[in-house]
Design a protein around this ligand. Structure first.
Ligand code: MN
Length: 240
């Protein structure tokens, strides 16, 4: 049956051979059977800029995606909070199309909104301030003007701080805010919602203005190797 796959939060890096092997296996076995593959952010542990696409590890991941694209699987990439600097050069090399966050799809007749999900975590006020800063076009332009090695060193530093901050933040504030979800669903006329980011894979239901909306949270690949498979009959999680 024609179907579409959704994945996110792979956090691929040369330091995580387990996830990388799983990715290569996924690309070789499950992905070619789909019509389309949507990667809803945080494909990479971090992305310092498209000039880093020639790094041997990155080049391997990009080549795998490009190979899939040549097998007639449409590939769509959305930015996560870690790889928000993915640009057109990377997308082109991977044979993929970059999407805005959020994007509304007509998925086999079912309106489906896709998002990375970090914007919905409105309880984490500190993170949302940071998010506004790093999404600023001037900030990004200035950042990308620095030498690649400096950018990578800076991001490594940020990651250490972020890991330390995560230890002290309550787990509830790092989940999505239910009111933010309802507002988004209302804005897009009550679609199905698919997102990642929180690493809390689950199917939720939200009733908004009397409309029942399904919300699928994708798994990260550290905890659970899975993808969401959607066809005309609905969505289900496939593990591998
Ligand atoms: Mn994320």
């Amino acid at each position: 049956m024609p179907h579409t796959l959704f994945i996110s939060d792979l956090h691929l890096s040369a330091d995580h051979p387990h996830s990388t092997a799983a990715f290569q296996r996924f690309i070789a076995t499950l992905a070619p059977q789909a019509e389309a593959l949507y990667i809803l952010g945080d494909l990479f542990e971090y992305w310092a800029g498209d000039d880093d696409r020639h790094d041997p590890f990155h080049a391997e991941v990009i080549a795998a995606l490009h190979g899939l694209a040549t097998h007639d699987v449409k590939i769509y990439l959305m930015h996560g909070n870690r790889d928000l600097l993915m640009g057109d050069a990377l997308a082109q090399a991977a044979g993929a199309t970059l999407l805005d966050d959020p994007t509304l799809l007509d998925l086999y007749g079912m309106p489906t909104l896709i998002s990375h999900g970090d914007k919905l975590c409105t309880d984490d006020v500190e993170y949302q301030k940071f998010r506004v800063q790093v999404h600023d076009a001037t900030f990004q332009k200035n950042f990308l003007a620095q030498p690649l090695a400096e950018r990578k060193a800076y991001i490594e530093q940020l990651r250490k701080q972020s890991n330390a901050a995560k230890q002290s933040k309550g787990s509830a504030i790092m989940d999505v805010n239910v009111d933010a979800v309802a507002t988004l669903l209302r804005e897009y006329r009550y679609p199905r919602l698919i997102h990642g980011h929180t690493h809390r894979p689950k199917r939720h239901e939200h009733v908004v203005d009397g409309h029942r909306c399904e919300r699928w949270v994708l798994s990260d690949w550290d905890q659970q190797l899975s993808a969401l498979r959607c066809d005309a009959q609905g969505c289900r999680v496939i593990s591998f």
